[in-house]
Design a protein around this ligand. Structure first.
Ligand code: ADP
Length: 159
């Protein structure tokens, strides 16, 4: 069984993330989307909220599991029996960071490979930080996030 881990902050999950995830689920037998608990970034949503919103957003896709993890991604991947990490690329600006990260991960564990996916062009520019900026300035984020995220943020006063 080919298992891939899609690690990230997902603060919150966007339609860009979801597109990557769906493509991953077509390629691999199982994709585990895993929210990193130890990100240096100050959270907008709590990890538990992020996990819950991802679960609601992917509930119809059977081969996707939602989890969170602490520590090194490669250790988590090993624990879950996965040899592939999924990451997304939007623009050249992502490339340098993502390349460095994937090379660091293969230096730490040579049998774990990173696979890069791209989204449909209409989702390409979307990032969690852009969404937060639009939301905090009372803009309409409905086109950019899955329905459960939109509903959650509409009813909650998150800042
Ligand atoms: P991290 O903090 O680990 O970068 P993110 O939640 O910001 O976590 O992103 C997780 C992964 O998804 C990263 O590889 C990022 O480049 C990718 N990603 C995010 N948004 C998009 C998008 N709109 N299109 C393609 N890839 C994306």
């Amino acid at each position: 069984m080919k298992i891939a881990i899609y690690p990230g902050s997902f603060d919150p999950i966007t339609k860009g993330h979801l597109d990557i995830l769906k493509t991953g689920a077509e390629i691999f037998d199982k994709v585990i989307i895993a929210v990193a608990r130890n990100s240096e970034k100050k959270g907008f949503l709590t990890v538990d909220e992020r996990v819950k919103l991802i679960k609601e957003s992917v509930k119809d896709i059977e081969n996707i599991e939602v989890d969170s993890f602490e520590g090194l991604t490669i250790e988590y991947a090993k624990k879950r029996g996965a040899k592939v990490l999924l990451r997304g690329l939007r623009a050249v600006s992502d490339f340098e960071y993502e390349l460095q990260l994937s090379q660091a991960n293969s230096a730490l564990s040579s049998d774990i490979k990173t696979v890069f996916l791209t989204t449909k062009p209409k989702y390409n520019f979307i990032s969690s930080s852009t969404i937060k900026e639009i939301y905090l300035n009372n803009g309409d984020i409905s086109k950019f996030v899955p329905e459960p995220v939109f509903e959650f943020l509409k009813t909650r006063n998150v800042s």
